[in-house]
Ligand binder design. Structure first.
Ligand SMILES: [Zn+2]
Length: 299
């Protein structure tokens, strides 16, 4: 449980992760912010206007869950709003990391979610990484864009901005950022080589079956995409749900539309007028067989 550490240990953890984020080249100048929820109504976060590479433990700011300052000489990052909104809306999350890692951010700028079933470790750890709708920094727009993906995701691409990850503790949130960035880098390199091949549905299913044995009580899981179809998006990695998503490109040139892996239809494709339907393979085969039989009989 993250609260069991002392405040001094939490301060050290934040500074440790700030230095990693800075030395990885995921931030420039004063970019990025990190926080840890250290109590029911207390969050320790990085201050505004300071480089993450040179921050000291005594420069961190303590705020309550509404963002009011409790302690600290400097002002809290204006983006702490995103962190607080996540803590209020997702159980078990006690830390958040925001940065601009270049490969993940390139996908966020290109408007392409990292959601294909291509690497087993990513399928297990993150499932897929959605692209959240652009929001003006420091307003409520970004928290609102993230909120609809919160139940099933722990890593997010912020459209035309950067990346955001959450975790039970600051190390988990940081490692999720590492995983996302490496996934983005590999995806881009594979694309420059000419091919981003997805793993077969049968093999993805095996990975998800293993995942459901390994990972318990982690909340929702969105699964990942093969062409227009999400695999494993219902339940916690059970692989029970298969959603067909309209309006998705089958290659790695996603149109930038966000998706609705829970099948709620609450996605950009639906907003744009393309209805999302779910159909079983057997029903589709049956339907096509009847159409073909009709055509043949008319000849
Ligand atoms: Zn930012």
């Amino acid at each position: 449980m993250v609260y069991q550490k002392t405040e001094s240990q939490h301060r050290n953890d934040i500074i440790d992760i700030c230095k990693r984020v800075h030395s990885n080249g995921w931030v420039a100048s004063n970019d990025g912010n990190i926080s840890i929820r250290i109590g029911p109504n207390a969050v320790l976060c990085t201050p505004t206007g300071m480089s993450k590479g040179y921050l000291r433990t005594d420069q961190l700011v303590k705020v309550d869950m509404d963002g009011n300052k409790l302690e600290g000489e400097l002002e809290a990052s204006s983006e702490v709003k995103i962190h607080l909104d996540v803590y209020k809306n997702k159980k078990g999350i006690n830390s958040a990391v925001h940065a601009h890692p270049p490969y993940a951010t390139a996908y966020a700028v290109a408007g392409i979610p990292l959601d294909q079933c291509v690497i087993p470790e990513i399928i297990v750890s993150l499932g897929s990484i959605p692209l959240t709708k652009y929001g003006t920094p420091s307003t409520q727009e970004i928290p609102e864009s993230i909120r609809k993906y919160l139940p099933d995701h722990n890593a997010f691409l912020l459209e035309n901005h950067g990346a955001f990850t959450i975790g039970n503790d600051v190390h988990q949130a940081y490692y999720r950022m590492e995983s996302m960035e490496l996934f983005a880098k590999i995806s881009l390199l594979a694309k420059t080589l000419g091919n981003v091949n997805t793993i077969s549905e049968e093999n993805v299913q095996k990975i998800m079956d293993m995942r459901s044995n390994w990972i318990k009580d982690e909340g929702g899981y969105a699964g990942c995409r093969i062409d227009g179809k999400f695999i494993g998006s219902a339940g916690n990695g059970s692989g029970a749900g298969v959603n067909t998503v309209a309006g998705q490109n089958s290659g790695n040139n996603g149109s930038g539309s966000s998706y609705s892996p829970d099948g709620s239809g609450n996605n950009d494709a639906a907003v744009n007028g393309d209805d999302v339907i779910t159909i079983r393979k057997s029903e589709l085969v049956d339907m096509i067989s009847k159409i073909v039989a009709n055509i043949v009989n008319k000849k």
